[in-house]
Design a protein around this ligand. Structure first.
Ligand code: NAD
Length: 247
């Protein structure tokens, strides 16, 4: 494992066209549960599985239930960026990282200072009125009940629900970044949710790094597979080479 991280560190050092693609595991170190880990949302008891509640059909049929779950589990606005978010923001500042592509909706990459972020599944920081299209922030949802626009229309979070399609321009931006990058680091994602998980097929290079606690169906594609916590691994991987003796 140590050898693997050291190899990643050398690759990062020699590469200035890196793209990162991640998921909920990037934010577990910020206290936001993912879906599929031991303490993920799938293991907690609700009347329906999270993917049912977070679907377009469920939102249409049971908006009150949707909002109960959404406010309690998804609308986390107080979390702080973790070590993985901070390491990626630092790599972008150094001119090495071209883009972060995330399945997360928590906005933590931007909070950490990342600028080029493709949010494949949208963001909790924006909502839209389904009648007039007006936009509002998280405060526009209120604390309980069904959130209504001043026009009377129902407000919906700008997150991509299961059964909805991804924003075309965002997806295209992610595909372009991945197909042009020299090194692709994938981490904190079970690679179970499509079409996001299909993005790996656009990578053409020979430095595909996969960092995840648990196994994924695409482990076999990795040129370098690291099983572990993404925060400590990325923190170590961005330490510049040289000057070791002084540290
Ligand atoms: P997932 O829950 O399916 O998988 C998370 C993966 O990350 C697991 O394989 C787990 O082993 C790994 N992991 C957890 N903590 C880790 C850590 N510290 N270091 C390394 N690996 C770690 O999540 P997914 O693949 O992103 O798919 C779930 C969907 O749920 C996504 O579409 C996403 O939009 C949504 N979601 C988002 C958030 C968020 O915004 N923070 C939270 C929960 C779910």
């Amino acid at each position: 494992e140590r050898d693997g991280v050291e190899r990643l560190r050398r690759w990062v050092d020699s590469c200035d066209n890196i793209v990162f693609f991640g998921g909920a595991g990037v934010s577990t170190e910020s206290g936001i549960p993912d879906f599929r880990s031991e303490d993920g949302l799938y293991r907690q008891h609700y009347d329906w599985p999270p993917e049912t509640i977070l679907s377009a059909g469920f939102f249409a049929a049971h908006p009150e239930e949707f909002y109960r779950f959404y406010r309690e589990k998804m609308l986390v606005t107080g979390a702080q960026p973790g070590p993985a978010h901070l390491a990626l923001a630092e790599l972008e500042r150094r001119g090495k990282l071209r883009a972060v592509i995330t399945q997360n909706i928590d906005g933590l990459h931007q909070k950490a200072g990342s600028r080029r972020v493709y949010e494949l599944h949208g963001t909790i920081y924006q909502n839209r009125c389904l009648s007039c299209g007006a936009l509002c922030g998280p405060e526009g949802l209120g604390k309980s009940g069904l959130p209504r626009c001043s026009c009377g229309g129902l407000i919906k979070p700008e997150v991509v629900l299961y059964g909805e399609s991804l924003d075309g321009a965002t997806l295209q931006g992610a595909v372009d970044a991945i197909s042009r990058c020299e090194m692709l680091i994938v981490g904190g994602t079970s690679l179970a949710v499509y079409p996001a998980a299909g993005l790996l097929q656009y990578y053409r290079g020979h430095r595909l790094v996969l960092i995840n606690k648990g196994p994924t169906p695409q482990d076999g594609r990795a040129d370098l597979l690291l099983r572990g916590s993404i925060g400590p691994i990325l923190t170590e991987a961005i330490r510049p080479l040289g000057g070791e003796a002084a540290l």
